[in-house]
Design a protein around this ligand. Sequence first.
Ligand SMILES: [Zn+2]
Length: 176
Amino acid sequence: MPTIFSHAAVPMFAALIATEKWIPRPLAMLGMAVAILPDADVLAFKFGIAYTDQFGHRGASHSLAFAALLGLLCCCAAYWKQVQRPWLWGGFIALAAASHGLLDMATNGGEGVALLWPALHERLFWPVTPIEVSPIGRGFLSWRGVQTLYSEFLWIWLPMLALWGGAHLLRRRQAG
Ligand SMILES: [Zn+2]
């Protein structure tokens, strides 16, 4: 996995780029939480569930199906709470959750991601995997942890910052 900070960065920047008019602050916060959520599956190790099991780390919780389910639940909850544009809440949450597995697929270690679970149990990676895999647990405080942060900055934060800056400039030009 990339670190939880970088997972949360994806919906955060997406919300910044879309502006609060479309993605209100509470929705952005919820999206950040949901982008981290799939890695709660590391608890599976504690229960003796193997990494490669469908409910192991990077298994079902990292799939598009799980992301869609979270989006659907969120859409229903937003509708029930009579929030404006419940479909937008559902869609943003589904995308935020899906971004987790898609990002993990770009890491250079561990097992792949069960992105297409339950249709396909195979663990998948992208053809190129530039992101240094984050050490799980305390291994994070090591040289590898530093390398991980650097590669995440390069491959996640920098492109997102560039997009945000670009969107900002474009909007300023339109306004002026
Ligand atoms: Zn993960």
